[in-house]
Design a binder for this molecule. Structure first.
Ligand code: GLN
Length: 312
């Protein structure tokens, strides 16, 4: 199952990278050759899963070789690595954080972080397996239940005591989701409100720092926190800006966003979290991430998964 998915993702991703090298960069996103090619490739890979999987794998390998050669990325031998030595990189995430990770139409986790990790795994010769779990259990599971985590996780000093982080891969800020008719427009206006957050997130930390905040309701998933908001059980949800936009697109009439800048929230950066005792895996992931940024693959993934996200 995961095998088929990786072929579909890779095929789509490759089509985007290839098309991105062409002249389509000026075209509006929805109409771009890249997006069309990605859909075509993904559909082709999905149509006859078994035969196409093998073909897509071969083509992907060829594309990866070319990309690596272009970017002159060093190759890594992870065969003796304590975590990736079995050829499988188990990636933990919480799939209620669209467009970075969410449950797709086929019931499997999908999204930007999944695509990014599939590409990193492919370039390192590793099979990526996704483990969908509660966010507040992820840091503690790194190095045992899972090898690494890619889940829009903000690099914080507190987490750095338990895990290593890759180089930052995405800038973020917290923002506030509110009922469309809410009068709240500033941090001060959050005083007295019941605010929903996902347990263990920086959104929860930010909520704890708001003076006079009413009740903080920490739940296991952002899906739940947002549902509680839509149903009037909460007055607000503090959540990262890009997922806030994704949830807003699901409930455009019921909700609105006040952005982090207006609220005076700090800028955060996402990193891939890894075991503390594995510098080699960290080097391999950082070099691969850099090569993907240098050869345009990273931007193509941002375009495909974040800029073109549509709620499922
Ligand atoms: N960026 C936030 C954090 O690291 C939220 C991440 C998430 O909920 N997936 O805490």
């Amino acid at each position: 199952m995961m095998k088929k998915n990786s072929a579909v993702l890779l095929a789509g991703m490759m089509a985007v990278s290839l098309a991105a090298c062409g002249e389509s960069s000026e075209a509006p996103a929805e109409n771009s050759a890249a997006a069309t090619a990605a859909v075509a490739a993904a559909t082709a890979a999905e149509t006859s899963a078994d035969e196409t999987t093998a073909a897509a794998d071969t083509t992907a390998a060829a594309a990866v070789t070319t990309a690596d050669a272009d970017a002159a990325a060093p190759t890594f031998d992870l065969s003796a690595d304590p975590y990736a030595g079995d050829g499988v990189l188990t990636v933990g995430l919480n799939a209620t954080f669209p467009p970075f990770e969410y449950v797709g139409d086929d019931g499997n986790p999908t999204g930007f972080d999944v695509a990014m990790m599939q590409e990193i795994g492919s370039r390192l010769g590793l099979t990526v397996e996704i483990e969908d779990m509660d966010f507040d259990g992820i840091v503690g599971a790194i190095g045992n239940k899972i090898d690494v985590a890619a889940t829009g996780m903000t690099i914080t000093d507190e987490r750095k005591e338990a895990v290593n982080f890759s180089d930052p891969y995405y800038d973020a800020t917290q923002s506030v989701l509110l009922p469309a008719d809410s009068a709240a427009a500033s941090k001060e206006d959050l005083a007295g409100l019941t605010v929903g957050v996902q347990a263990g997130t920086t959104g929860e930390m930010v909520a704890e720092g708001v003076e006079g905040i009413g009740e903080i309701v920490s739940v296991k998933s952002f899906n739940q926190a947002v549902l509680d908001l839509v149903n009037g059980k909460n007055d607000a949800v503090i959540i990262d800006a890009v997922p806030a936009k994704a949830f807003l697109s699901q409930y455009p009439d019921a909700l609105k966003i006040v952005d982090g800048e207006t609220m005076g929230f700090d800028v955060e950066q996402y990193g891939i979290a890894m075991p503390k005792d594995d510098a080699e895996l960290g080097d391999a992931i950082n070099s691969t991430l850099k090569a993907m940024k240098d050869d345009g693959t990273y931007d193509a993934l941002v375009e495909q998964w974040i800029n073109n996200y549509e709620a499922e």
